[in-house]
Design a protein around this ligand. Sequence first.
Ligand code: PLP
Length: 441
Amino acid sequence: ATNRLRQPTARSKSRHLFHRAKAVFPDGTTRATVERDPLPIYVERGEGAYLVDVDGNRFLDLNNFTTLIHGHGFAPVSEAVVDLMRSGTCFANPTEHEIALAELLTARIPAIEHVRFVNSGTEAVMFAIKAARAFTGRHAIARIEGAYHGAYDWAEAGQGVAPGKGGWDPGPTATPAYRGTPPSVADEVHLLRFNDVEGLERRLGEISDRIACVLIDPMPSRAGLIHPEPAFIEALSNTARKYGILILADEVLNLRQSYGGASARYGLTPDLITAGKIIGGGFPIGAIGGRAEVMRVFGSDETKPLLPQGGTFSANPVSMVAGRVAMEAMTQDAYDRLEQIGDRLRDGLQACIARHEAAFSVTGAASLFRIHPKRLAPREFRDAYLSASEAALMRTMGRQFLELGILLPRGAAACLSTAMTDSDIDLILNAFDEFLATEAK
Ligand code: PLP
């Protein structure tokens, strides 16, 4: 078909590297999130919206963990970083670069009055939860069932929820997501269902005096990439205020939804906010931001920190410079264009589903989308949860996209970048059309 990129049939070099990797990594990879179906694709280089693997295959990259909002090798970032590297990359002293990135974020994101930098989203969520505890003097948190917030024990518990034999009954508190987390952790993690107003009000009412914060991603990616309903946002805001519970918006992924971030877009006013991914311009980063009053737990002119926060590579100049340059290029026009190609893609996917009368749906916003093998678009994690046969269908779709030269993340948000053109969007639409024509009958 004319829409096909060069079909990636050669995989011998990737296969060879995977064989070598198995001798040194416990499962042959360095991250549980490396796609290995049918085997990992080892990268040789990135080129804008595309990456080229070691076997010379070219792929449209809709993954990169939603980090590269300008695609691979964005020249302004590369040039700024190369320049910087000549004058040193790691200091125990502060630099002007960290102030410049902080100024950009505080100017743009309404919820960020003050900010601290760390090296990953996981670390940002960890320090934000600790900050909420330090500020409120309470220890437990509430979080949305199924959502992903990185690997801090308290943020992770509640992520790997699955229905039991008799259906959904995960109980009021989370079970640890994986081995290695003490069961006591989960006793301090209370679960809320996304878009469930009545459940939120009832549950928070029952445990209000123990809850430091509600941890919420305004459009949780792995829990379905689902729109927050205005009534849910309103109930969360009112209930949290009523009980003195802080709202911690985890925007590590969703900050890319607008110039002011995701909370600003959906009318949420968080006390604390975490960021990461795009604000590092492709380098490791995390940030904790929030109301100045709450951020005082990290110290102030007059007070000693309740919560000293450091980190060898925190606010390292490479991430600070790369992040500032990448974010400066995210002008309002750039966000508008991403919104426009995102709408065109989501509308096109919906039209495709209608044409084939297929039992699929699409969620997402701005530069993010997710395809579900569900006739009705999910409203919460439980709706988005895949049965074994649905998971198999999505694997088939992923493989077919791969054969057409498109890297689509499984079970998480796919992302667009400013490097993408209308013809890249057509490529995705044609691949989906082809998949529905062959598989979803
Ligand atoms: N929070 C959210 C919402 C995320 O999507 C992620 C990563 O995907 C994290 C936290 C963890 O970030 P990191 O992988 O940088 O530790």
